[in-house]
Write a protein that binds this ligand. Structure first.
Ligand code: UDP
Length: 487
């Protein structure tokens, strides 16, 4: 009797070990098959070739590649992006194709550029898709910038499917959506606009293409056109995160399928899960990295105001002068990015005369700057990338919006997320030196400063959690990839 219980026991142990072995073999076989399928799934990602659009698309591409997909980011031969910090071993491939232009898109040539781009780019893309077909790694899917919604038809012409990627927040997209559907029209009536799932908006809080009718008609067309075929794709990816905009995202999710997948900031600043992802990697301008770093290293914690208006904004001479004297009057250290074409607008000898307090550079490694301990606040135009970067790195903002979505972003920075103060322009639409001085002082050391710093810590934590394993953005991306692989 004792012997038979003993043998039964040994039998069960052996049976259990064999079962575990098969189970794990099947599991790892299944995993390997899944990885193999992912590696064979080739996605093209197509940004609008401007710095503020390419950065988020590049980061989305890296995240998709980290889920084992094969990803090729398609740029244009005319945009002279230099590869800065994109490791040679990078998980994604960069493929420039012709857009029929000698030089890239600028504010001055934007209309002509977009007309020509629409004709030439699809032809070049057709050749690329064919090349991949012949070389045995056919394209399965195209993720395109939402500002070029016609790319969905181009993809379908190749027998492929696609999804738009919105590089502006849903607070802004929703306003365009309502305008597109006639809920808002020119001229905007009243002094306060009420839209579903949004705080009351003053006219100045609306995107400038709407608050200033006729200012950039072709850009207005472009942002409204994002919604011309929004019901068609199965996915609508967006560079934001759910916790940041939950009300408007949940409301808009009843209109179209929304996947928030941001913030698209290099992983080292957030979850640190992507190896070697320390920088964006493609840059139109050469950053003065060493100069900025050495200068910042010599300053005390939270003592510097970092100033940048992004890659496109061109301020008037009078406004530049007010900023210059506002910075000087604030008496804080400042690091100011003035792109080369803008340099002539600085007051004469300003960099030399203020060299004790300030450093003027033509382009900075912005993420490194924002992450530096000596930076105490960011005087920003509130471009969406800059805003998300400041939110993700916990840097308080002085919001000085110029145009497009920046006005709405500034409203949210000040009133909704409460991570900064917005400057107000005078009747001549100039932000005076006094106003700049007051706002900088308020953010650096004023009454609201403590609350602002508390909030920046909160959003920094939530941004990291969103992209980290199991966070809202990570889950959305995982789901997108799973659905793509099973379609
Ligand atoms: N940027 C940078 N160095 C600078 C200024 C800006 O690297 O000196 C980067 C910044 O980090 C952001 C992008 O350029 O990712 C600007 O995008 P944003 O949407 O803020 O503004 P835009 O240039 O589109 O107006």
């Amino acid at each position: 009797m004792k012997t038979s219980i003993h043998s039964l026991f040994i039998f069960f142990i052996i049976f259990f070990i064999v079962l575990c072995f098969f189970d794990s073999t099947i599991l790892s076989f299944g995993k390997k098959m899944g990885e193999q399928k992912a590696k064979e799934t080739h996605i093209l990602t197509i940004p609008v070739p401007a710095q503020g659009h390419i950065n988020p698309m590049l980061q989305l591409s890296k995240r998709l590649a980290s889920k084992n997909l094969r990803v090729t980011l398609v740029t244009t031969t005319s945009s002279r992006f230099t590869i800065q910090g994109l490791a040679e071993t990078s998980s994604i491939k960069i493929e420039p194709i012709s857009d029929g232009f000698e030089t890239g898109v600028t504010l001055q040539n934007a209309d002509e550029y977009s007309k020509r781009f629409r004709v030439v780019f699809p032809q070049s893309l057709a050749k690329l898709v064919e090349k991949y077909e012949c070389s045995g790694c056919p394209v399965k899917f195209i993720v395109y910038d939402s500002a070029i919604p016609w790319m969905l038809d181009v993809a379908r012409g190749f027998g492929l499917d696609g999804a738009p990627f919105f590089t502006q927040p849903w607070a802004v997209n929703a306003i365009y959506y309502h305008f597109h559907h006639g809920k808002l029209e020119f001229p905007v009536k009243g002094s306060v606009v009420s839209l579903p799932a949004m705080p009351p908006l003053g006219i100045d809080d609306l995107p400038s293409f709407i608050s200033e009718p006729g200012s950039y008609p072709s850009f207005l067309d472009a942002v409204l056109n994002q919604f011309s075929n929004i019901h068609e794709p199965k996915w609508t990816l967006c560079n934001t995160f759910l916790e940041l905009e939950d009300e408007v995202v949940n409301f808009m999710a009843s209109k179209c399928p929304i996947q928030t997948i941001g913030p698209t900031i290099p992983s080292i600043y957030l979850d640190k899960r992507l190896q070697d992802d320390n920088d964006y990697g493609l840059s139109l301008f050469k950053p003065m990295t060493e100069t900025c770093k050495t200068w910042l290293d010599s300053k005390e914690i939270n003592s510097v105001v970092y100033v940048s208006f992004g890659s496109l904004a061109a301020l008037g001479e009078e406004q530049m002068e007010e900023i210059a004297w506002g910075l000087k009057r604030s008496n804080f250290f400042f690091l100011w990015v003035v792109r080369e074409p803008e340099f002539a607008k600085l007051p004469r000898n300003f960099p030399e005369e203020t060299s004790e307090k300030g450093l003027v550079v033509s382009w900075s490694p912005q993420l490194e700057v924002l992450a530096h301990k000596s930076v105490g606040c960011f005087l920003t135009h509130c471009g969406w990338n800059s805003t998300l970067e400041a939110l993700s790195l916990g840097v308080p903002m002085v919001a000085m919006p110029q145009w497009t979505d920046q006005t709405t972003n500034a409203k949210f920075v000040e009133d909704v997320w409460q991570v900064g103060v917005r400057v107000r322009a005078n009747e001549k639409r100039i932000v005076t030196r006094e106003e700049i001085e007051i706002c900088i002082k308020e953010v650096m050391e004023g009454e609201r400063s403590k609350n602002i710093r508390r909030n920046t810590e909160k959003w920094k934590r939530l941004a990291k959690e969103a992209v980290d394993e199991g966070g809202s953005s990570d889950k959305n991306l995982e789901e997108f990839v799973t659905q793509l692989l099973s379609s």
